[in-house]
Design a protein around this ligand. Sequence first.
Ligand code: ATP
Ligand code: MG
Length: 439
Amino acid sequence: MKSLESESIQNENTMSRIFASSISKDHIGQNLTLIGWIEDFRDMGKIGFISVRDMTGNFQGVLTGELLSTLRDVPRQSVILVKGTIQETKAENFQVEVKVEKIELLSKATNPLPIDPTGRVKSSMDKRLDSRALDLRNYKISNIFKTRSYVLNLIRKFLYSRMFVEVNTPKIIGSATEGGADLFGFEYFSKKAYLAQSPQLYKEQLTLGLERVFEISSYFRAEPSHTVRHLSEFVSVDLEAAFLDYGDIMDIVQELVISTINDLFVHRNKEMTLFENKQEILIDKIPRITYQKCLEDLKSLGEKIEFGEDLSDPALKKLGEIYPSFYFITDWPTKLKPFYILEHEKKPELSRSFDLQYGYLEIVSGGTREHHSERLRNKLLEKGLDPKSFSDHLQTFEWGMPPHSGCGLGFDRLMMMITNSTNIREVVLYPRDTERLSP
Ligand code: ATP
Ligand code: MG
């Protein structure tokens, strides 16, 4: 195979290459350079056909003679540079084909590969995740991550248009403050430190100087359960805004979610079809159902939950049957919510809070926050937390802290909905869970 191997990566031809999706009948007769990974090779004896993929799609090459015999030794998924003349084709899937005149082997793949990246031979999710970089050579899978990138951009644009400022807060924190989820602790020089479970306290503090902030980042929770919707490291889109109530935040979330999905069906329709996502949203409002109403709905289905109890997995599954698309669950019992959530003035047992659900899947949690320092101190005590370990946070509430509200949107969970995936691991490049710490 020596003859095919290029001398150096510094191949001037690689710069003047044309992408697979760009070649058309307009190029017939032209001599062009293409690069990609060999996906398929059909050897008919005197003539051979290769299907080669680059980041934009596949092209077909036709080979004869010596080129055909040299290619017989090149394993699939090897990277080749192809020079040839564009010509008419009889193939159904291609507009034109390349009559190959020269091939250079830029990088040879081993044979056999740990998984079949074309997806023709199915591999378990674990095997695929073990070879994730190769898994991305599968068209559907790379499109999950291209769509993920596109959606992140949409979310940023949306939040900028609503006057939110993007911020970055520390992920290494000094005290396990927030309560609730289990944190990962580690040694930090001579001190104990933790990985942030959310930017909650920082984003609230920042409303004092910036009014509206958002952060898109990874957060860490020592989630011991093995579910299809929890990872130890996940990406959250957090926002916090001064002078808005939880109803206003629901309005923002509603618009964000509806505009994102509508945009996808217009500008990424091919990908949505590939994901078999049929959840075309033509509504402009997401129903808001109180926690109390959910209990009544559940009761009518034989699922009895007392006021103040959290909605269990089976309960959420049942609710998901009644409300299979997006819906908000609002006004949760105050005792189920963290210390920073404000209660209703006349009904203190209910909080100004909401979750956005997609069927059984929780995607967002949010609410109006307590902004009086003394009341916040009392809330900490009521939840059994020590105000002393919150002194940095509490003092900011004496510097003119505005009334504020916000939420955290689980970005990986939104991507599950968009890509129609039942397991969060499908939409995260290198997932981290109780068992998986590599690659
Ligand atoms: P759940 O009840 O599903 O465990 P939560 O109520 O503990 O979630 P929140 O603290 O409300 O989670 O976090 C805000 C959002 O972040 C959630 O609505 C969810 O979309 C996402 N999220 C939380 N924990 C995880 C996790 N371990 N893996 C992936 N996403 C998560
Ligand atoms: Mg929640």
